[in-house]
Design a protein around this ligand. Structure first.
Ligand code: PEP
Ligand code: MG
Length: 539
């Protein structure tokens, strides 16, 4: 029996086999192919995809840093169009029967050598570029092969670490729990497991081993424990705990349909946070009275390329319709930091949490933003839709966002596309700056929603991804609570409402404090809706 302790992320005891997840690296195989045709097609698709990525990088660099910096991506695009390069790859596939990735790798190396042997310094420098474009194509080719693990039985997924997109690829029914060597309790992967009601423990340390694959384990999300190969007595205790859990779940069921009201009649809106349609349905089945945060970025994270306006519109419309008149607040794209998809080709940053993320990225790439706003506005004709913007730090950002929003609305009017002219729009208060200038922000918007996860990270200067800082983290830090109180005061002074959609909103030890501050709405992960209702009703 091996017992490891980490940080519990979502409560619950489970027993099941370990599935050790080790995502593959992009290793290029030397295998030959018998039929070159499919490889030629794969190369062409990957080449065109790489071209699109480079075009995106060019536009981004042009907008942010000017023509000179952007020029390199133009050169890369030209290289990928170079007939000699293409002929070389095709020749290796057709005549040498190399697989596509291997043919690109060989061609890249050959051209790089050729460039480096040239006299001209400028041409010598192109050696690194040809290696770079080849690496890009190889990565696409490797990614295209997919690495989604097929689980045969419900299992405890154990891994070194998991990104949000890696954790999302598992079928929900097959995941009993997550356990990772690294990771922190505030990371987006941790949030994902809470939203999906998946017991999880992170930060188990380096003793986590691939040797456990297939062995029986117990995971206790509350105690932050993973026990591999448990003895009979430990197993029996865990099974008794699982029974008790089931009983509690039955008790909570009886709260469905009852009001979110304190004993002295104070009502609070009890909403849920979701990331997709499946989670929205789960939230409704747990009797959430609305959706206070729809994290739209997951739609982007699940795609291998930018989702089109039409694709987005279909999802947002379906979500709005499923709500059947209840409020749904869509948060615009919050990409960056730990939420990243390769096709965004975000620049490498030393401090990504302080970098080009969320609304900043949308303002830097207005076309991307406008596509999403069009889709959201169109969906507003089909339900009670609100929109909110993440990572706001100043009134000037809100003004810029509003300007773009007005432009998109004007376009839709010209095209006679229906949308809600009076759509409610709000901002997240998740930076200390936003909380401190909330008196200036409140008149510009219809509501505030406090993102306590980022607000805590930025107020306490504690990277939410860094597990080694967990011991310095005071999740009830008075500085954060004071900022929330200030934002609430300023929202109400301007006649606006304020909610909390960060994880702290579901912390029942703070419910009374939030009610005293006058918080109007709490939006929590779906599994917390009924326990929070029980708490509200007890106050
Ligand atoms: C937050 O920061 O509290 C929040 C709700 O946003 P996210 O966790 O998605 O960054
Ligand atoms: Mg946030």
């Amino acid at each position: 029996m091996k017992e490891l302790r980490g940080t519990g992320v979502f409560n619950g005891v489970v027993v099941g086999p370990v599935y050790f997840y080790a995502p593959g690296r992009c290793a290029v195989s030397e295998d030959k192919v018998t039929d070159p045709e499919p490889e030629l097609a794969r190369f062409e698709i990957a080449r065109l995809r790489a071209q699109r990525q480079l075009k995106g990088l060019y536009d981004q660099a042009l907008a942010q840093a000017g023509e000179e910096s952007a020029a390199i991506f133009d050169i890369h695009q030209m290289m990928l169009d170079d007939q000699d390069y293409i002929d070389s790859v095709r020749g290796l596939i057709e005549k040498g029967h190399d697989n596509a990735a291997r043919a690109v790798q060989k061609t890249g190396a050959r051209f790089a050598r050729m460039f480096s042997e040239m006299e001209d310094e400028y041409m010598q420098a192109r050696s690194a570029d040809v290696l770079d474009i080849s690496r890009r194509v190889i990565q696409i080719l490797c990614g295209a092969e997919g690495e989604t693990p097929g689980l045969e039985v419900p299992s405890i997924i154990v891994a070194e670490d998991l990104t949000p997109s890696q954790s999302m690829q598992f079928e929900r029914e097959k995941v009993l729990a997550f356990a990772t060597a690294k990771g922190s309790a505030c990371s987006h992967t941790a949030i994902l497991s809470r939203t999906k009601a998946i017991p999880a423990v992170v930060g188990l340390g380096e003793d986590v081993s691939a040797q456990w694959h297939g062995k029986t384990a117990i995971l206790d999300g509350e105690k932050g424990l993973l026990i591999v190969d448990p003895d009979e007595k430990t197993l029996a205790t865990a099974q008794a705990q699982i029974k008790a859990q089931e009983q509690e779940a039955q008790e909570l069921e009886t709260l469905k349909g009852t009001p979110d009201c304190t004993r002295d009649g104070r009502e609070i809106k009890l909403f849920a946070n979701v990331g997709n349609i499946e989670e929205l349905q789960d939230a409704l089945s747990r009797d959430a009275r609305g959706v206070g945060l729809f994290r739209t970025e997951f739609l982007y994270l699940q795609s291998s390329d930018y989702p089109s306006e039409e694709e987005q519109f279909r999802v947002y419309r379906q979500a709005a319709q499923l709500m059947d008149g209840k409020k749904i607040i869509f948060r615009t794209l919050d990409i960056g930091a730990d939420k990243n998809a390769p096709y965004f080709d975000l620049p490498k940053e030393d401090n990504p949490a302080l970098g080009l993320r969320a609304v900043r990225l949308c303002l830097a790439r207005p076309d991307l933003f406008k596509t999403q706003l069009r889709a959201l506005l169109r969906a507003s004709a089909f339900g009670n839709v609100s929109i909110m913007y993440p990572m706001i730090t100043s009134a000037s950002e809100v003004m810029q966002v509003k300007e773009i929003m007005e432009e998109v609305k004007a376009q839709l009017r010209t095209e006679q596309v229906p949308f809600n002219e009076h759509i409610e729009t709000g901002i997240m208060i998740e930076t200390p700056a936003a909380a401190l200038v909330s008196d200036e922000l409140a008149p510009l918007v219809d509501f505030f929603s406090v993102g306590t996860n980022d607000l805590t990270q930025y107020t306490c200067a504690l990277d939410r991804q860094n597990q080694s800082l967990d011991r310095f983290l005071d999740i009830h830090h008075p500085a954060v609570l004071r900022l929330i109180e200030l934002a609430a005061k300023n929202a109400h002074a301007a006649g606006k409402w304020i909610g909390i959609c960060g994880e702290l909103g579901g912390d029942i030890s703070l419910t009374e404090t939030f009610l005293e501050m006058g918080i109007d709405e709490l939006s929590v992960s779906a599994p917390k809706v009924l326990p929070l209702r029980r708490k509200i009703q007890s106050l």
